[in-house]
Design a protein around this ligand. Structure first.
Ligand code: FES
Ligand code: FES
Length: 223
């Protein structure tokens, strides 16, 4: 079936998309982040379009901005106090309001489309960009930093490394968190179950085959 041309197919729009992509990819190369996505160190490029005003950064020196609340969240087994507005998403709270910041959880689309911000809330995978931080009080939040460390990767993180399951690494923390939730529930998950568990995660580099290989290796008891 032939593709129906539309405004998005014009040469100019393609060139623009390509430029945006290359700008993002250039940032990745410059950062030397190829191996860092596993532990969440790779940084996503700035969003191409800013549709909402950015949230103000946390004030220095312990001041509280007007309208902010002080809340306590349980993150990776630790009680973390932070200040945020009622509208602050869990993703923003993790990345910008925690001290030290937890930047392993990635912000890519910020609207529930890509899975890059996947964390566990009470053991279930959840998109941190769609949750309000204030609503997570009393829940157990786990981020990619809670699975393993650079010195001691979790079995799944190690398997991603062994099977080359990442390229730029922006999507990797989200994939690891989605698949880990599946393996926690079903340690011997099948390929179909693994695929289903990360069906909401998008990898723009196309590393899906290696991601599935890495996950299957863990499900079969290897690394
Ligand atoms: S950043 Fe949350 S789904 Fe894309
Ligand atoms: S490894 Fe680059 S987006 Fe998935």
């Amino acid at each position: 079936m032939s593709k129906t041309p539309d405004a998005g197919d014009s040469p100019d729009s393609k060139a623009l998309s390509r430029r945006r992509f290359l700008r993002g990819a250039g940032g990745v190369a410059a950062g030397g982040v190829l191996a860092q996505g596993l532990i969440g160190c790779a940084e996503a490029p700035a969003r191409a379009t800013a549709q909402e005003p950015p949230e103000p950064a946390a004030p220095a020196g312990g001041e509280t901005l007007e309208g902010e609340l002080e809340i306590e969240l349980s993150i990776n087994g630790q009680a973390r106090k932070l200040r945020c507005e009622p509208r602050t998403t869990l993703l923003s709270a993790l990345r910008h309001r925690c001290e030290p910041a937890l930047t392993g959880t990635k912000e890519v689309c910020d609207r529930g489309n890509c899975g890059a911000c996947t964390v566990h809330v009470d053991g279930k995978p959840a998109l941190a960009c769609l949750l309000l931080a204030v609503d997570q009080r009393g829940k157990q939040i786990t981020t990619i930093e809670g699975l393993g460390s650079p010195e001691k990767l979790s079995a799944l993180q190690q398997s991603f490394w062994t099977h080359d399951g990442q390229m730029c690494g922006f999507c990797t923390p989200g994939f690891v968190m989605s698949i880990q939730a599946c393996l926690d529930k079903q340690p011997k998950a099948s390929l179909e179950e693994i695929k289903r568990s990360c069906s909401g995660n998008i990898c723009r580099c196309g590393t899906y085959p290696a991601v599935f290989e890495a996950a299957l290796a863990v499900a079969r008891g290897g690394k």
